[in-house]
Every structure is written in C-alpha cells, then in structure tokens.
Design a protein around this ligand. Sequence first.
Ligand SMILES: [Zn+2]
Ligand SMILES: [Zn+2]
Length: 468
Amino acid sequence: MKLLSVVVNSFGCSATGERLVSAARDGDFQEAQALLEYNPRLARYSTFGVRNSPLHYSAAHGHHEIVCLLLQSGVDINLRNYRGQTALMQACQHGHWEVVLILVLFGANVHKADYLNGGTALHLAATNGHSRCIRLLLADYIPSIPNFREIMSQLMDNEESISEFDHRGLSQIINRTADGGITALHMAALNGQVESVQLLLELGASVSEVTLADGTVIDLIGAGSTALHYAACGGNAKCCQLLIARGASLTAENENGWTPLMVARSWNRSWLEDILTTEPVDRPKLIPSRYLSLPLMSIVQIAREYGWNSKSTPGCQDPCVVCLERKCTVAAEGCDHEFCTRCALYLCSTNCGTTIFRGPPGSVSCPLCRNGIVSFVKLPGKAVKQIAITSLSLPICQSSNETPSKPTPLTTQLRSRKLCRVHDTPMAVSFCCQRLPSINLCQKTPNICHSLVPRCANRNSKNHLARC
Ligand SMILES: [Zn+2]
Ligand SMILES: [Zn+2]
C-alpha cells in the first residue's frame, strides 16, 4: 500500500496520467501544458503494459509542440516502450519530420534498436520512404562542406581520398544491420522507396551487404541477398536501376542460388527482365539526391549551442526576411545573407532542391539571391536566448501581409533584390516526402515488413553498437 502511494505521488493518479496521454495523442497543447504545470512528473507516466509514454504518443502523431513541451519538462528523450521503440523511432516510422528535427536538436540517440527485430529509426524511415527524416537523423554525420559528394564517390570507388571528415561513422550508421543482416537500403529497395534508395546510396550505403541466416527473421527471398535481390522482389524498376548504377551485381547469388533476375521471376516481376538481364555498358551517373541538404550540420550545431527559438520582436530594426519577426542570428556563408536560426533550420530541413540555383549539388538555394548555401555561420554577439517553445511552425504565409519595420541600409539592399520572391521559395512547399507504391508482404501486421518479423527473441549481439 505504501509502495502504491509512492507511485501515485510520483506520477499523479493514473487518471491524470491518462489525461496527459490523451492530450499528447490528440495534440491538445493547452491541456498538456496545464497538466504538466500541475504535476511535472506526469511527463514520465507510461501506459500499463505497452509502456508508451506521452512522448511516444505525441511523436507518433506528429505533435511537435507537445514533444518540445515534454522534453522541457525533463522527460527522458530515449524512453523506450515495451518493444524498445523510442519516440524518435515512432516519428521516423510515421514521417513526422518536425518531430524528428526537435528530437535531433535535443540530442536523441539515433542508434537505439527495436528489441523485436533490431531495426533502428533509420530502418523505419527507409521502409516507409521518409527521406526527409533519414536526412535529419544523419544531421551529425554529414559535414557542411562543398566537396562532400566528390569525397563520397572517391571512397565508394575505393580511391585514395583525403577525407575532411570521419566517413567511418557515417558508413557505420548507414550500413547498420537489423536482425537477419537487413540494412536500411534493403528495406527501402524492397518497398520501392526510390527517393530513399537514392539518398542512402548518395550517403554511402553499401550495395554488396547481404542478409544472414541467423534464425531471427523469416526471409522469403533467401539469406545472402543483396539490396538488388530485395528490389527485384519489390518490383520497382527505378530502384533496380539506381542500385545497378551504383555497382550492384546482376550475377550475385544468394544462398538459394538465386540471382536478382531469378528472384524477379519467382515474384512475377516480368517488367524487370531487361533491366536485370544485361549489365549496362556505361554505368549511368547518379543524379544528386534532392534531400542532401549540405548546410544542415552547421545550422543544427548553431541551434544546439545558441538556441533556435528567439522571441518575435515587434518593431525589430533588422528582422529576418523570411519570417519578418525574429532577429537575424546566422548568415549564409558565401552570399552573407542573414536569417534567424529557426528559418535557417527550416530552410535546410524542407529544401527539396527543385529550384535552379548556383552552387554545388546538395547546397540549399538562398531565398534571396539563389546562391547555393553550403553552411551557415553564427553572427557575432547575437546569441539567441532559449525560451519556452509555443510554436515551431513558420508563419511564412502570414508574413506576406506584414509590413517590415524601417529597414537598415543593408536590409534595404537585400529586399530590393528579392523580397517579392521570398514566398515562392521551397520553404513554402509543404511536407513532400513522396509516398510511392509500397510492397507490403505481411498482411497481418501492416506496419512491419515481412523480413523484419522476428522468429524468436534472440538478438544478434553483433548488431548492437556500443552506444545502445
Ligand atoms: Zn526568420
Ligand atoms: Zn543569398
């Protein structure tokens, strides 16, 4: 009885905890805020049995403001539910990139693996084709340097390269295997997620990794299969072409003695016959992924160090030209145009590379001059004070009606150039991780692909990184 009273005192009664769960699930920010003010320990409440916390519910439903509120209430960002899933994994599964951005900024562990199949947040994002989430997850591994693609292609061709960054860390996380030796590339290829396959290949995913017969998964394609075997089963021609362009072997046999062509035939993918029969004479060059977003690492580091959510300052003398509300705190290297940290973060996260601009592949188009931005720098003496987050959505649409305050000579010059185009920028484009027709071989459990279904709870210890 004494123990029960301690539990009740710690987390409040379960009815209050359930109210917070409902508020987190339904996106009721006011209710969540009121409950947490009443008892901040409620943030640590978890549902009986399933052990999903309010953080899991808000992340899975994409309520990034509540995610932020809970994190500021001191909840453990890496809290796991009954199957070992963290909030980051659930946000990646459902493609809620704004939640992923918040969790990455707060330092969520991207290496945590599901207890049941060993899959990470990267596997879940790749399976469901959420390329923007994949890119945000890897924010700490892809340097903001102009020659990133050249370095990666030299490394992939096994050429000597003077690497300006530790590519091994990136390679390790990209090629991390779940149970059965399944990589994120296998999952994206199987499910026909063209954009995700392209991005993963760009970031160094190996086309020669093969699945294992470790007794943990039911693999209908056969152990020893490459991502091309999986793409052949999935039946997406574009995925097969991308993998072949990156050097995937057409003659590789899995442990059943099947080549990718034989896998395609066994699954009646007749339209892949030509693609999987003859090796192309000239290997086509891969088009840069539109999700590469080189400046992301620089702006994430600035945001973590100095904060990203400065208060709107009405009458600000030198406001950010995107939101027209907050002070400029960062500048784009090269063109030196200035923005607030939050707008720069969103610019890097939502850039889809559709606009024609001057800059290396993977750079982000400057909304003011169309120069390609590769990195951001902090403006001196403009530290952003971290405040309680009420909204992280950019008021871009509203800002078109607002009249900016009296501009300084510098901002006058910038605005006279391009201000009228600001609202046409890719930032105004809504979330557009394209969903492509997916192959779902497991009818009973729609969210889990067949090859990640565990046969037993045995975990392959080699799949665990030390940080887990
Ligand atoms: Zn701004
Ligand atoms: Zn510019």
